[in-house]
Design a protein around this ligand. Sequence first.
Ligand SMILES: Cc1ncc(COP(=O)(O)O)c(C=O)c1O
Length: 363
Amino acid sequence: MARRALTIETPALLLHLDVVERNLERMAQRARRLGVALRPHAKTHKCPELGRRQLAHGAIGLTVATLAEAEAFVRAGFTDLTWALPIDPTHLPHARRLARRATLRVVTDDLDTARALAGSGLHVWLKVDCGYHRAGVDPESPYAMEVARELGREDGLTFDGLLSHSGHAYHTRTQAEAAAVAEQERLALSRFTQRLRTAGITVRGASAGSTPALSAATDLTGVTEARPGNYVFYDRTQVLIGCCEPDDVGVSVLATVVSHQPGGDHLVIDAGALALSKDTGPDHLDLPISFGAVRGHPSLTVASVSQEHGVVRGPPSSLEQFRVGDRMEIVPNHSCLTVAHYDQYHVMRDGRELDRWRIERGR
Ligand SMILES: Cc1ncc(COP(=O)(O)O)c(C=O)c1O
């Protein structure tokens, strides 16, 4: 039975199903057009119902950020997962246990770890730095070649190939800038693949990805799969960097006004740091600090947060319509971090609640 949104206790995480289904379909089409397989990052939604929809749209498997996420998805019946955080040897026993129940692909950029993986039976990607400068071997370096040689021996492991993450696509302002990052990532992967093949090392695949880079890429020759995650929901950051339109954002936080003093220059909602996260959005755009946008009220923003209070500021003419008990929807700055604060989605269509889906946020 559909329930009215009004009866949902706040703060609550709303999932707008029509928007999400459109996002899934568009990215699947885009990947097909670019000739790459999709292995979406499930850390954004942490939800088997959404993972199943991604597989139904043609994804070849999922990406996860933690072994706890991997456990949850294996329990839910998923059989092919890449754990995209570099593995260290202390996590090997757990990874091997999981790999008895599903194909688990791990990632490393470290020579000692590559040696420790010998005999593990695991699938392994070599993490490559494509310009983000977080993790990954410098593909031009002799060290990169050394780690690749070790993995390429395939001594009791399967070398899946090269994996990169173009996180610096978030530091862009336009689609054209994001397309340049996508091209930089493509070149890093395809040139290194070529060098390795020339050296006689078999490279089965090249896995790239971030939502803004994949959304802007025009050519992915040399890349075999992409791992966007955020695209399932997008968020205020993606709108501000030009990656999507406001109507593409598929989650929002339903909040209630809990304090509004007569003539006050702000009001308070029951969505603070633990309902929205403390992500401040794209700092490089030099915008006033904000922890989220108020849907349908462009002059209002969440200007500050404490643990459970959110302070909404804006012109008095926009604020004065709100009374204690009124509701508003907040568009989060970073949907992945916001989702991780909730146990369930309220799945919405046409203002009505259709269902509730569990969020697997165990650690
Ligand atoms: C290693 C890795 N791959 C893929 C992704 C997905 O990128 P996005 O969140 O832009 O979709 C992330 C996100 O942080 C990541 O860390």
